[in-house]
Design a binder for this molecule. Structure first.
Ligand code: FES
Ligand code: FES
Length: 156
């Protein structure tokens, strides 16, 4: 079985697996990272979003081979319970979730936005989250949370 190497949450990682398997399948299976969620499996909902470099990408339709030598960040690499990312603190402060199923993917879309644009407008945030579905209808609070995190990060 060929080996695919990449950096996962800052750690050099090597996976022996069929390189055509989806990145989501590899993350949730052999690598044991269950933050990225399976929703549609067709690149349509964003529940599986991760960052590749500074871009949010749907991992369910991203083949393992395509991340060779790249930086992959999942929600596990964003922050922890002990050291939450400002986005995670802001989502809690704004109560920007209900069931939470979509949230890991939304956090990664928001993190990708803030890495490229630290001072987004409301319209920028809405555009960045446009492809992330939330069946609970929490979008407005999520937009507020992303703007709150951007403000906090600007003064840190
Ligand atoms: S599960 Fe990947 S976009 Fe829906
Ligand atoms: S909080 Fe439930 S799907 Fe978004």
């Amino acid at each position: 079985m060929p080996s695919v190497r990449f950096r996962l949450n800052g750690v050099e990682t090597s996976v022996d697996a069929d390189p055509d398997r989806s990145l989501l399948d590899i993350l949730r299976g052999p690598l044991g990272l269950t933050g990225p969620h399976f929703g549609c499996g067709a690149g349509e909902c964003g529940a599986c979003n991760v960052m590749i470099g500074d871009r949010a990408v749907t991992s369910c339709d991203t083949p393992l081979w395509s991340v060779a030598d790249k930086d992959v960040t999942t929600v596990e690499g964003l922050g922890s319970a002990e050291r939450p990312h400002p986005l995670q603190r802001a989502f809690i402060a704004e109560q920007a979730m209900q069931c939470g199923y979509c949230v890991p993917g939304i956090l990664m879309s928001a993190a990708a936005l803030l890495s490229r644009n630290p001072s987004p407008s409301s319209a920028d945030v809405k555009q960045a989250l446009d492809r992330n579905l939330c069946r609970c209808g929490s979008h407005n609070r999520m937009v507020r949370a992303v703007l709150r995190a951007a403000n906090e990060m600007a003064v840190e």
